[in-house]
Design a protein around this ligand. Structure first.
Ligand code: AMP
Ligand code: GLY
Length: 430
């Protein structure tokens, strides 16, 4: 089977490597760090393939899956109708309510007057979100009413996020541990992957601005199979059903951002794709034929044979970024030591923001440059192997978190990862 993976980041690199185990893979467009993989700059819908796997949300929201299906192609990824779950937070909330999925109290506004009245009436802290896609920066969580008011004004006026912010969703901020539960869906049935946790802030201890994700790990000590089962029963399956009632045949990954609150798990958001960098730690643990599973989901034919089995091994991903990331990434630095890191024991390196330099080497291009993943018998070993390999790669001013999956000395794991508190300023996910 020939599979076209659409996208150019670390998530797509990881998907392409996993699919290559049982398929002939082309990545469109990919990046020059995707060693040993075929790449193509041809528009994805014009590439010859038996299956398309679309990585990022933007092309899904723009209807790429519909265009390929319109030509008779088999696609893993929702059409524009289902992708609206990520493309409009207000619509996502409507679906959640219709499906009776536990979520934070909310309302959507186009006008400043009613928005500010709601803000005055709702006890804080608050989460203020752009309705539309905002490259991962559209969410502010704050306990300061002044800050919330200023943010609502900046968004609704179009100053902060243009058209994406002209409608805002204001909701109560929840607190607790946040986990990612991703399910593979075929329109009616869905099977979950194991859960993962990502690290959103750029700095250790969850400090500094929000990013697309600075690391991830799986399994999650406080994310049991019971919690995953609960999220499937209370969120993923009811949502698929609610979509189906609207005539939407959702075939692709459905990613639930889940807050483990004192009142049980609540859904913060849905994404309509695999998480980045979550899937980089899930794929190495996913036993079974990933190609067959995604192809079955794309054809509406998932069976129990496709339920994903996860190895007991642990995986930890450390993201290496350019200096200045995420506010003002400074690209163009030569990347050294990549070959050594690729060969380091228990490690693999996925390329995200890299470009070819004229002398044939690789230079940094995007904000997030490389994803270094360690796998081992447990999180301690996986973490050690990931950081050992990460230390072999260098460019001036490389930025990475040093506390991914660092539970050392903490009996209460919940105290040691990026959990939401009431003073957080947190952006969305990129
Ligand atoms: P979203 O774009 O909706 O995924 O939000 C991005 C991030 O903002 C989430 O991953 C959370 O860390 C945070 N967040 C979103 N909504 C809430 C909420 N209601 N309460 C607390 N944190 C939130
Ligand atoms: N890591 C968060 C996301 O993919 O949205």
């Amino acid at each position: 089977m020939r599979v076209c993976v659409v996208g150019s980041g670390g998530r797509e690199h990881a998907l392409a490597v996993a699919l290559s185990a049982t398929a002939d893979v082309v990545v469109a467009p990919g990046n020059p760090g995707m060693e040993g993989l075929e790449r193509s700059d041809v528009a994805p819908e014009r590439i010859e393939a038996d299956l398309w796997v679309i990585g990022p949300e933007q092309p899904l929201v723009e209807g790429l899956a519909d265009r390929i299906r319109g030509r008779g192609g088999l696609v893993f990824g929702p059409g524009a109708d289902g992708a609206r779950l990520e493309g409009s937070k207000a619509w996502m909330k409507e679906v959640l309510v219709a499906a009776r999925v536990p979520t934070a109290g909310w309302r959507a506004f186009d006008d400043i007057g009613p928005a500010l009245s709601y803000l005055r009436a709702l006890p804080g802290p608050w989460a203020i979100k752009t309705d539309g896609l905002a490259a991962g920066k559209g969410v502010l969580v704050t306990g300061s009413r002044d800050e919330a008011v200023a943010d609502v004004r900046a968004k609704l006026s179009g100053v902060a996020f243009g058209a994406a912010g002209r409608r805002v969703v204001i909701e109560e901020a929840l607190s607790g541990q946040e986990i990612s539960v991703i399910a593979v869906c075929d329109g009616r049935r869905a099977y979950p992957l194991d859960c993962a946790q990502d690290y959103k802030r750029v700095g250790d201890g969850g400090t500094g601005p929000n990013t697309g994700g600075m690391g991830a790990y799986s399994p999650v000590p406080f994310g049991s199979g019971e919690i995953v089962g609960h999220v499937m029963e209370r969120a993923i399956l009811p949502t698929l059903h609610a979509l189906s009632k609207r005539g939407i045949n959702y075939r692709g990954a459905l990613y639930a951002g889940v807050m483990l609150t004192e009142d049980g798990p609540k859904i913060l958001e849905f994404n309509v794709r695999f998480g980045d960098p979550e899937v980089q730690v899930l794929l190495p643990r996913w036993a079974g034929d990933v190609t067959a599973t995604l192809a079955a989901a794309a054809s509406g034919a998932l069976t129990d044979d496709h339920a994903a089995d996860f190895s007991k091994q642990a995986a930890v991903c450390v993201v290496l970024a350019t200096p200045g990331y995420p506010d003002k990434p400074e690209p163009g630095a030569p990347i050294e030591g990549l070959d050594r890191a690729r060969e380091a024991p228990g490690a693999r390196v996925y390329a995200a923001g890299v470009a070819q330099s004229p002398d044939g080497g690789l230079v940094t291009a995007g904000g997030r440059v490389l994803d270094v993943v360690g796998t081992g018998a447990d999180l301690v070993e996986a973490r050690r192997l990931a950081y050992q390999a990460a230390a072999m790669v260098r460019w001036p001013g490389v930025v990475n978190r040093s506390d991914v999956a660092d539970f050392a000395g903490h009996t209460d794991l919940a105290d040691h990862t990026d959990h939401a508190d009431h003073t957080d300023h947190t952006g969305g996910r990129a």
